[in-house]
Write a protein that binds this ligand. Structure first.
Ligand code: ADP
Ligand code: MG
Length: 329
């Protein structure tokens, strides 16, 4: 990781918010998050279902309009910074080639009437990348080979393929326009465990070869561990801890991260682990009170935790945590 740290990050997210209006009030799906990502880095984003991971991922590439804040992309070659949340539609159209997303369930987002070849060619056709048909054919074959899809599958349809192959189509589509930044939203959650490993290995080797920057979203900390350089833990719209992946596992400081880690099964029989059972319910994300969102479920909760929201602060070099008592907990 250290060799990847540079002065200007590739992506700088500042005070990003996404509120959804609902009948009962504003739902704070992403509530004031700030972080940065280096070029070629994988940031793992982990947390329970509904905590705002997908919403954050979509705001990063403007599949959703943010309510407030900024997402600044830095172009190393030109030195130009672009705030994805504010650029015009025409600039965003160009930027779309650089920023891509891979979804959890490739089946639901692949048109069942298109063949593998047509699905992978689609982004190239839509963006008129190759007026020359032969060049496009070559590129589609190249993409199929990059993601490990045999050429004989080019006339198959999604329903004829297993989940792993369908996800390979989703990945090939996201790579078609040679992106720089890819949001991977639970890309292996719908897959069998052995296929999960194959897809994770594929994503890792693609990153080595093409230097992609990833945000890897998962509700499963043990999956995130295999791919991330750093991990951000989300709880109810907030990032509550962010550190190098080894540090998160060796020295979790937020009581929520500690609980998540304690829930990971250990393979060795002689290793005893005390599982931290979280009590209380996740509070509603609609108009949440100004206090620590985790207070109601935290075994270390003190009065002050119910009075105001703790900021995400760097308590050790590169280790950020939003808990007033993190180092003493
Ligand atoms: N389009 C939407 N309209 C209203 N609420 C939404 C919408 N999308 C997501 N939410 C809500 O925002 C919160 C975060 O959702 P999401 O980002 O999908 O979480 P995660 O990906 O971590 O499971 C949830 O409470 C969800 O119900
Ligand atoms: Mg999600």
């Amino acid at each position: 990781m250290s060799d990847k740290i540079k002065d200007t990050p590739y992506i700088r997210v500042e005070n990003l918010k996404k509120y959804f209006p609902t009948k009962r009030g504003l739902l704070h799906a992403v509530d004031d998050v700030s972080f940065s990502i280096q070029k070629g880095e994988t940031l793992g984003l982990v947390g329970e279902s509904g905590c705002g991971k997908s919403t954050l991922g979509r705001c990063l590439i403007r599949l959703l309009e943010s309510t407030a804040g900024s997402v600044v992309l830095h172009d190393e070659k030109t030195g130009i910074n672009t705030d994805v949340t504010k650029v015009s539609a025409s600039v965003m159209k160009e930027l779309r080639k650089k920023v891509q997303i891979v979804f959890q369930d490739p089946y639901s987002c692949l048109n069942p009437r298109l063949s593998v070849w047509e699905l992978i060619a689609e982004p190239l056709i839509v963006n008129s990348v190759f007026p020359d048909k032969e060049a496009m054919k070559k590129r589609v074959r190249e993409l199929m080979s990059i993601v490990g899809l045999a050429e004989r599958l080019e006339n198959s349809y999604p329903h004829e393929l297993d989940g792993g192959r369908r996800q390979r189509i989703g990945i090939a589509r996201s790579l078609a326009l040679s992106p720089e930044f890819i949001v991977l939203d639970e890309p292996v959650s719908a897959l069998d465990v052995c296929i999960q490993a194959q897809i994770l290995n594929l994503l890792n080797s693609l990153q080595k070869e093409f230097h992609y920057t990833y945000v890897f979203i998962s509700h499963n900390l043990s999956v995130v561990r295999h791919v991330s350089d750093r991990i951000a833990v989300m709880y109810l719209g907030k990032i509550v801890e962010l550190a190098d992946y080894k540090e998160i596992f060796a020295n979790p400081l937020h009581p929520y991260t500690q609980a998540l880690l304690s829930a990971i099964p250990v393979a060795k029989l002689d290793v005893q682990k005390d599982r931290i059972i979280l009590e209380g319910d996740v509070p509603s994300p609609i108009e949440p009170p100004e206090c620590c969102r985790f207070a109601g479920r935290c075994r270390y909760c003190k009065d002050v935790c119910k009075q105001d929201t703790p900021l995400l602060e760097e308590v050790k070099s590169g280790h950020f945590v939003a808990c007033k008592f993190a180092l003493r907990a």
